[in-house]
Design a protein around this ligand. Structure first.
Ligand SMILES: *Cc1c(COP(=O)(O)O)cnc(C)c1O
Length: 226
């Protein structure tokens, strides 16, 4: 198989698995957005996904995202780009310039910087609050106990928070983390849930994910950073 056929058939398979998982849960498959995580992927695989008609992509570093997407943004009108990695405050303006969705709003300082950047740009970006459901020291995200308060602070700043995002601990069962994220969203009146990656997106869809973030399952293994 060529790279192009390989990526196209992976996309087809994953869309079918999302549809099957949604059907099992009595959900509409159209309520789940597949975010293709293109970090560390070579250009030809990104091109293959675009050729297959995919338009929603995620990246975890602002600089690499600019390399992958700044030029393509100019020519592809219907791209939708999601930031899924930690955002340093000195990169906020670059991130707001490039991305449509910031999935990693995780601390008050970042909330204030985003509010300021949105005011300066005269435009907002859709936001997800990242929750550190496993309360892991090395992982970004607001801890569950502080999530309600932080979501309220974001709303006071008029940030358009549409949902929550989490990255469960590796090697732990994911279902309790997905269920916790969903409970926090429900009690805060938030609709969107970004949860599930290549290894567990089907359970995530069964448990209510509206956005799944799939990298290797679409593009294959990436160059071995991260
Ligand atoms: C890399 C990454 C993914 C995709 O992981 P895969 O295992 O390749 O599907 C999803 N979410 C985040 C936040 C990531 O950094």
């Amino acid at each position: 198989m060529t790279v192009q056929q390989d990526v196209a058939s992976n996309l087809t398979d994953i869309r079918q698995q999302i549809t099957a998982a949604a059907n099992r849960a009595g959900r509409a498959p159209g309520d789940v957005t597949l975010v293709a995580i293109s970090k560390f992927q070579p250009d030809e695989r990104i091109e293959a996904a675009l050729a297959a008609g995919h338009r929603v992509f995620g990246e975890n570093r602002v600089q690499e995202a600019q390399e992958h997407w700044s030029e393509r943004r100019e020519t592809i009108g219907d791209l939708e780009l999601h930031l899924v990695g930690p955002l340093q405050t000195n990169k906020v303006r670059d991130a707001v310039a490039l991305f449509d969705v910031i999935q990693t709003l995780d601390r008050p300082k970042l909330a204030r910087h985003l509010a300021k950047a949105f005011a300066d740009f005269g435009a907002t970006r859709r936001c997800f609050v990242q929750v550190n459901t496993g309360e892991e020291a090395q992982k970004a995200g607001i801890i569950p106990d502080q999530a309600d308060k932080f979501i309220a602070e974001c709303r006071d700043l008029e940030l358009p928070v549409e949902g929550l995002m989490c990255i469960p601990p590796v090697d732990a069962p994911v279902a309790p983390h997905f269920a916790l994220l969903r409970r926090i969203a429900e009690r805060n009146g938030l609709r969107a849930l970004s949860m599930g990656m290549s290894a567990d997106f089907e359970s995530a869809v069964e448990l209510g994910a509206t956005h799944v973030r799939v990298g290797r399952g679409i593009f294959g293994e990436r160059a071995n950073r991260d």
